[in-house]
Design a protein around this ligand. Structure first.
Ligand code: R2B
Ligand code: URA
Length: 308
């Protein structure tokens, strides 16, 4: 059998390597299926080689608005309304590039963000990117916080309050640490004191595999527990330092950590879960809340680029 030429350019790997997969070196082509991109069909170094910041968030529309906002904040040339979805050939994820910033949607939940992260990390590798920082900007349910508070994650924990992510691989459970970059979290908190227009804290974030029963909600199609049991669980979570609940942080933290990518999670709280389950806040208020993590990350990026 003919030996295929390795596609993964070992001569560029002088620093840490983002991917952790020896098989990739023996592939002739790598198709990033859910992005509709590939190493043979696209010049990934030319398209993405200058990326320094990657921001991910659940909704495609929100990540488009974020890209437009960053375009304006970085005072880039051209019209922000013309920014095109690089993944327009697929409706799985949306991706926008504005200068050194990549903005990508990841959908809801661990499996959806995990598929996106595999392909994103390979994309950064194929494009020979260096010193990239990742941010997850999202929404969450707060515990004991006024709605609209931004929580910068200290530890991402699972539903048992453990700072770890479990993945089943070949029928065995692999446990990975979910430690995030402390320096980024501190700098983001500092950015919030400089912006001083919304409350921000550093706290632990619990990642669940469900929005309803999995987050102790009483208002799903199924519920097997009482109001008292729900509140007892949320109080215990609060005692463990958990200040908000969302659905992607553990796998995001675990994958970034293993792949040597500095990462932070910044989520705004839409409600206080000690006071209710339904999200009844008016739409315009929710839209403003969702811009808060974007403002924090934009400020961080501008400081990194020495624009302020
Ligand atoms: C926050 O909001 C979504 C559920 O509404 C989920 O993706 C998350 O983490
Ligand atoms: N996202 C979540 O995962 N939970 C909430 O309560 C709100 C947003």
């Amino acid at each position: 059998m003919a030996v295929m030429a390795p596609i993964l350019h070992s001569e560029f790997i002088e620093q840490e390597q983002y991917v952790k997969n020896p098989h990739l070196d023996h592939m002739e082509e790598d198709i990033l299926y859910h992005f509709n991109l590939g190493t043979k069909t696209h010049n990934l170094p030319a398209m993405f080689g200058d990326i320094k910041f990657v921001c991910v968030g659940g909704s495609a529309n929100r990540m488009r608005s974020f890209a437009q906002f960053i375009h304006q904040q970085l005072k880039l040339a051209g019209n922000a309304d013309d920014i095109r979805d690089i993944c327009e050939g697929t409706d799985r994820y949306s991706m926008y590039k504005v200068g050194p910033v990549l903005s990508i949607s990841h959908g809801m939940g661990v499996p959806s963000i995990s598929i996106m992260l595999h392909e994103l990390i390979k994309l950064l590798y194929h494009a020979h990117c260096r010193d990239v920082m990742l941010f997850r900007i999202g929404t969450s349910g707060g515990i004991g916080l006024p709605p609209g508070t931004v929580v910068i994650t200290d530890k991402a924990v699972d539903s048992f309050f453990r700072p770890q992510f479990e993945q089943v691989v070949l029928g065995k459970v692999i446990t990975r640490s979910t430690e995030l970059d402390k320096g980024m979290a501190e700098e983001l908190l500092q950015c919030s004191t400089e912006l001083h227009n919304f409350p921000s804290i550093i706290g632990n974030t619990m990642c669940t595999h469900d929005f309803y029963e999995g987050q102790g909600r009483l208002d799903g199609a199924l519920c097997s527990f009482s109001t008292e049991e729900k509140l007892e669980y949320l109080r215990k979570a609060h005692e463990a330092g958990i200040r908000n609940i969302e659905m992607e942080s553990t796998v995001f933290a675990a994958m970034c950590r293993i792949c040597n990518l500095k990462a932070a999670v910044i989520c705004v709280t839409l409600l206080n879960r000690l006071e209710g389950d339904q999200i009844s806040t008016p739409h315009e208020v929710l839209v403003e809340y969702q811009q808060r993590p974007q403002h924090l990350v934009a400020h961080f990026i501008k400081k990194q680029l020495a624009l302020i």
